[in-house]
Unconditional design. Structure first.
Length: 337
């Protein structure tokens, strides 16, 4: 479990200027107690024996939320990043546990046949998911992101354009990212950053950070510093993750109020080889695309169905279909020739 800083440590280490020590200490302790209690209850077969599927699911969901809140709060307070890095896989375990309980609820009579995703990307769940995706990248756990990506796919009617671009270097084969975001402001502005020329990106991210807070007025974290213990810090996590993935020079905006520069510095100094070669990671792994999606790489592609068909597609071209027992064609990238 993550440490709680003493007042003297907090005064020196805190990263979020608006965070009050007593609010931090009380909330961090409360989150730790809640996570520990729920973990003990879920592991106690006798205690769980009379709990409904809905009750178990809600407990597991609360623990997942508490874990990511504790990560964000601890970063804001100044906890060492190596501690945060060590806690991230534990938080992801909690998210996967929630998914299991949620699926069990969906399969029970209690759900009354409702088809609900684990995480509603069009609603307030998005902010939690954004934190988990970005922190997975910034804390040096790109190898864990495929596990998170699977959870996002469960019964979600549509994926998010920004999140898919963040995941793409580490979770290949997800097809062409959507051209829209499930939460419009402030996130849709990031899509242009991915498409921009390298030299234009620093200025674009600087502008994004300047506008980020006011553009976030419909997000659950907006003005949360006025609501006492619901405040975990104001951070444009996605700006940091994009900076890292695209290897953007952040000199122009590294001291911006909402930019978690310590995380970028950590990732660049400790994890540069694994994270800053994201393009190589993407192209070295098996890439699969469904018919109807746009081609992510120009080159030769081969169908998975037998007999296999081979065809050259240009980047951006819609992948055509072929006879398939599955109702659609899955194309496997074979290389440039």
């Amino acid at each position: 479990m993550l440490d709680i800083l003493k007042a003297s440590e907090f005064k020196i280490a805190k990263r979020e200027p608006l965070l009050d020590f007593q609010i931090y200490a009380d909330e961090a302790e409360d989150l730790r107690v809640r996570v520990t209690r729920i973990s003990a209850n879920l592991a106690d077969k006798q205690w769980m024996s009379d709990k409904t599927a809905a009750g178990a699911m809600k407990m597991a969901r609360s623990r997942a939320w508490y874990a990511v809140d504790l990560l964000a709060l601890s970063y804001s307070a100044g906890i060492e990043i190596n501690q945060l890095r060590d806690f991230y896989p534990i938080a992801l375990d909690y998210w996967e546990d929630f998914a299991k309980y949620d699926a069990a609820f969906d399969d029970s009579s209690e759900s009354e046949g409702a088809l609900v995703p684990h995480f509603e990307l069009g609603g307030d769940d998005f902010e939690m998911v954004n934190r988990m995706v970005c922190l997975g990248i910034l804390l040096g756990h790109p190898n864990l992101l495929p596990r998170l990506a699977i959870l996002l796919e469960y019964r979600n009617p549509r994926m998010d354009g920004m999140l898919e671009r963040l995941l793409a270097p580490f979770v290949p084969g997800r097809g062409t990212p959507p051209s829209e975001c499930t939460r419009h402001l402030p996130y849709f502005k990031t899509l242009k950053i991915f498409d921009a020329h390298r030299e234009a990106r620093p200025m674009m991210i600087a502008q994004y950070l300047e506008e980020w807070y006011n553009a976030s007025r419909r997000e659950p974290y907006y003005d949360s510093h006025k609501r006492d213990n619901s405040f975990f810090g104001y951070w444009a996590w996605e700006a940091a993750a994009i900076t890292l993935i695209l290897d953007v020079d952040d000199e122009q905006y590294k001291n911006s109020t909402f930019y978690p520069k310590n995380l970028v510095e950590f990732a660049r100094s400790e994890l540069k080889d694994s994270l800053l070669e994201s393009k190589e990671i993407e192209e070295s792994k098996e890439i699969r695309v469904k018919s109807g999606d746009r081609c992510p790489h120009s080159g030769m592609w081969e169908t998975l169905n037998q007999p296999a068909h081979r065809k050259f597609f240009n980047k951006g071209e819609v992948m055509s279909g072929a006879d398939s027992a599955y109702g659609y064609t899955v194309w496997l990238y074979k290389g440039d020739v």
